[in-house]
Design a protein around this ligand. Structure first.
Ligand SMILES: [Zn+2]
Length: 304
């Protein structure tokens, strides 16, 4: 297997960025007590956007995607009309389990449980955190109502004992409530599709659809409307923060897990400019009080 982008690589790279004067901080700690870092680029104005990677462990290529966006904007000195908060690795514990195995976990009972739930040492398909909870089903947004939801510890789809039971989600939710972003992009793999809908009504539905369409246009990915899933980060942003948010599933469907790093350049090319173009569009729309981007004349029927 190709070498993954490990948690240690992330911490080392962020240390360098900090030394260059970039704002690097932490949103809080994981269930195992590791820091979940963030990077801020741009200016602190009234417009901001959040980009999140690796909510699912086996999709850790999305951490590298987010880091490549950061490197790209820094290298090109991209002008940001507002600010972007990047959270490159939401599920630090899960990514560590997937990329390193259980050797780094001190608590023997926990190691035993994880191995039992996983059925061995091959963590290629692990999506959960160290509590065997799927973070993208644990948010307080129609929690437990997803058609694939499980109610027992599992490498995927376990919703947890209650909504927001996991520290990774508590601290991300608190962070988002504090910064009040205008938009959120959460990166997953795979399938080159975009989810945006979560029971929005009327004007909010059309606003969120229009902005999701913008991401679809930039990436060439396909929009998918309402699904049977619940408790996701995007769902929580739509329902509780009442902001538009998208789950962007990068990478072609034909590859397995962990998603192969050989595909990163292709994925990056399609997503490199998405956060900055979205931010600059949102800032302009605020300033002029009108739509800068129009969804086009498809009539909005597709993807709803
Ligand atoms: Zn995912």
């Amino acid at each position: 297997m190709e070498k993954a982008y490990f948690y240690g690589d992330l911490i080392a790279e962020l240390k360098q960025l900090k030394e260059q004067g970039i704002e690097v901080g932490t949103i809080g700690k994981t269930q195992l007590g590791f820091e979940i870092p963030y990077v801020f680029l741009g200016k602190k104005t009234d417009t901001s956007l959040v980009v999140v990677g690796s909510t699912h462990a086996r999709e850790h290529i999305t951490t590298l995607l987010v880091m490549k966006q950061i490197r790209h904007y820094l290298k090109n000195q991209t002008v940001l009309n507002g600010g972007i908060y990047f959270v490159p690795m939401h599920n630090v514990d899960g990514v560590r389990i997937c990329t390193e195995g259980v050797g780094f976990i001190k608590d023997e009972q926990r190691v035993k449980q994880i191995l039992k739930v996983n059925g061995g040492h091959d963590f290629s398909n692990w999506k959960a955190n160290a509590d065997c909870v799927d973070l993208n089903t644990n948010f307080d947004a129609h929690w437990g109502e997803g058609s694939q939801n499980l109610f027992f510890p599992s490498p995927f789809s376990y919703v947890g004992k209650k909504p927001m039971s996991e520290s990774e989600n508590i601290c991300l939710a608190e962070f988002l409530q504090k910064i009040k972003p205008d938009y959120l992009i959460t990166y997953h793999t795979k399938g080159e599709i975009i989810f945006w809908q979560f029971f929005q009504e009327k004007l909010r539905k059309w606003r969120d659809y229009r902005l999701a369409k913008f991401v679809a246009k930039q990436t060439g990915y396909r929009l998918v409307g309402q699904t049977q899933s619940a408790g996701g980060l995007k769902d929580w942003c739509v329902e509780k923060l009442r902001i538009p948010a998208v789950t962007v599933e990068v990478g072609e469907d034909k590859y397995g897990y962990p998603y192969p790093y050989s595909q990163i350049d292709k994925i990056f090319k399609k997503n490199a400019e998405v956060p900055q173009k979205m931010l600059n569009t949102l800032a302009k729309e605020k300033k002029y009080g009108k739509k800068v981007y129009e969804a086009g004349d498809e009539g909005g029927a597709k993807g709803i």
